[in-house]
Design a protein around this ligand. Sequence first.
Ligand SMILES: Nc1nc2c([nH]c(=O)n2[C@H]2C[C@H](O)[C@@H](COP(=O)(O)OP(=O)(O)OP(=O)(O)O)O2)c(=O)[nH]1
Length: 138
Amino acid sequence: MGNQGSTRRVVGAAIVEAGRVLACARSSPPEAAGKWEFPGGKVETGESDVAALIRECEEELGVRIEVGDRVGHDVPLGRGDAVLGVYLARLRDEVRPRPLEHAELRWLAPDELDTVTWLPADVPIVAALRPILASYSR
Ligand SMILES: Nc1nc2c([nH]c(=O)n2[C@H]2C[C@H](O)[C@@H](COP(=O)(O)OP(=O)(O)OP(=O)(O)O)O2)c(=O)[nH]1
């Protein structure tokens, strides 16, 4: 599926390993710096969500990911001219994620998801992720 229509898409990867999800602290812009998000970014014209996630995770973390199911629903961003969609993902190999663009990376267990301040749009997605993560670590 391509990126059609006027609503711009931002995609994020909820990378899960050993029952924890990778959370990333933004380094910019100033109003978002120190807030936490899923690695990802804007889907380019004609690009699929999955291709955008693979590209962004290489750029931001230096890793190759495999993309899985959606987490929660699309969340409107800002003035409503964009939406955020998040997908489960896994690392394809042993290469460890590095904060090439983020201020900090943390692997969070389900009971640690509230220990960081997420970007506002991520809050409902994190709520949808919690039971999924908990089911992995059971
Ligand atoms: N990557 C990411 N962006 C998010 C999340 N939640 C959220 O509100 N956003 C917002 C922050 C930004 O306004 C926008 C993504 O923009 P970005 O700057 O990360 O995208 P990009 O890497 O494609 O950036 P650029 O090429 O425009 O510099 O979406 C999230 O979980 N992950």
